[in-house]
Design a protein around this ligand. Structure first.
Ligand code: ADP
Ligand code: MG
Length: 338
């Protein structure tokens, strides 16, 4: 549905997006996750045809956004970071205006009525936009993106500035819309993305640094099913005991932690799940187990680890040690950074 190849964007001398590639299938809900200034809005503005590329190719449903802008744009509904609402208009009046602007072919009244029902603004159709709450205004923004029933919805930070109740309502709305639309939404907050997306594209400093399911990201970065056990015991003897467990590779001690207890790191062979066997062995040894944890990272930790890491580390973790791109041409210029 969306295909992006070698996308690069420069603002003057500042390189904001660097050689970005991804494909999005029909019906996916994808999250763009990245800190402020990462390049999320820039990429979204390019996908919607609002901004030109410096290099690279964007296709929407097979239509190149530069060669066939009308065909491509027809398939996209866009909710920008700050929706350009005409606040002196009434809700229905505004949506009628957007309808005319987009040159939509469906019968006008039933189409607008259906959208207003869907995003639950039918009860405020006669109100001036400027008198609406922030949550309602955001819904009007959603409604205007839905005019013309585009296949793809691009939502830039759709929950920013909303209160927790409104955030939940907008999340539910996105999930509902995801049944009939391909959706890309951006956020700098992991929990926002995690709540609705099955696939996360993490963007940092204009580059894609990960593209996977939330589960796979956690698993990849937590890597190896290793465990930490805190046991009251004789340090050297316990290392020998733990090493006899099936599928356990290396065992090391982190030293004495409290009373007569030591922390042991237990690394399995071939990522095997050795939790039950290790636990049973400790119990059988008659020693006291004080705590037993896996080294799994939360997705929050994964996000921090990824956005703080340098490139060689990332390639190592994510296993994408590919050939280097044309770094000389794309050399970064930090000027103009926020
Ligand atoms: P995000 O949406 O992830 O916060 P943006 O796409 O807005 O990131 O910005 C990416 C980078 O490009 C930032 O360093 C920002 O300062 C810069 N930038 C964005 N828009 C412009 C512009 N119109 N002119 C110059 N630099 C810009
Ligand atoms: Mg942005």
């Amino acid at each position: 549905m969306i295909s992006v190849t070698g996308l690069t964007k420069r603002y003057g001398s500042h390189l904001a997006v660097k050689d970005v590639n991804f494909n999005i299938e029909k019906g996916e809900i994808i999250g763009f996750l990245g800190p402020n200034g990462a390049g999320k809005s820039t990429i979204m503005n390019i996908l919607t045809g609002y901004l030109s590329t410096t290099q690279g190719k964007v296709e929407i449903d097979g239509y190149d956004i530069t060669e066939f802008p009308e065909e491509a744009k027809k398939r996209i509904g866009y909710l920008p970071e700050i929706p350009p609402l005409y606040t002196d208009m009434k809700v229905r009046e505004y949506l009628n205006f957007i309808y005319d602007l987009k040159k939509v072919k469906f019968p006008k009244k039933p189409h607008i009525d259906e959208i207003m029902r869907l995003v639950k603004i039918d009860n405020v159709s006669g109100r001036l936009i400027k008198n609406l709450s922030k949550g309602y205004r955001q819904r009007v923004g959603f409604a205007s993106a839905l005019v013309g029933n585009p296949d793809v919805l691009i939502l830039d930070e759709p929950t920013v500035g909303l209160d927790p109740k409104q955030i939940i309502e907008i999340r539910n709305l996105i999930t509902k819309l995801g049944k009939h639309h391909t959706i890309i939404l951006s956020s700098h907050i992991l929990s926002e993305i995690q709540a609705v997306c099955k696939r996360i594209i993490i963007i940092n400093k204009g580059k894609i640094i990960a593209d996977d399911t939330p589960e796979a990201l956690s698993a990849k970065l937590s890597s190896d099913n290793s465990l930490v056990a805190r046991i009251v015991c004789d340090e050297a003897k316990m290392i020998e005991v733990l090493k006899t467990v099936k599928d356990v590779g290396n065992v090391s001690s982190l030293g004495k932690v409290e009373g007569g207890a030591y922390d042991f790191v237990i690394e399995p062979l071939d990522n095997a799940d050795v939790r039950a066997a290790v636990y049973n062995k400790i119990v059988a040894s008659g020693k006291t187990l004080l705590s037993f944890t896996s080294n799994t990272l939360s997705l929050e930790q994964v996000f921090l680890k990824l956005t703080e890491a340098d490139e060689s580390q990332l390639d190592l973790w994510l296993g994408n040690a590919k050939e280097t791109t044309d770094e000389i041409e794309l050399e970064e210029n930090e000027e103009g950074e926020e």
